[in-house]
Design a protein around this ligand. Sequence first.
Ligand code: SF4
Length: 148
Amino acid sequence: MPDAGGTADDPTRREGAKRYEGAELAVSYEVGLCLHAAECVRGLPAVFDVERRPWITPDGAPAAEVAEVIERCPSGALQYHGPGHAERARRPTRLALHEDGVLHARGDLVLGTPEGTRRETRVMLCACGHTAHSPFCDHSGSRCKAHD
Ligand code: SF4
């Protein structure tokens, strides 16, 4: 199975992700993974502003703060990379089935997907089998409250 992208190198360069270059940090956004939890826009509105184009300005806050807020993104839609800035997978790996029916995972993750193997540190996985974007949750399931 091909490798669809890894966290060992630069996760902001994955195919399908849009990349935003800053002086110290590059940030990427993969729309197909975003479940609109809004951790980003709540956490750092100077960097993440959906009313602005481009909506991500990596230099809008110190790089360490940008990295910290990106690591709050539960879906892995947001990634960062730069000299001296690389996300470390949490240990031990944690899985949690949330009330909304989505399986949240954080850790050193290797996922098999139709496009190939992906190394991830944060993902939201389909736990009901209704997703059209397996193995990721797309809020298709009736238990997914965020879909309402
Ligand atoms: S925190 Fe992640 S999942 Fe939530 S809105 Fe931002 S990019 Fe999307």
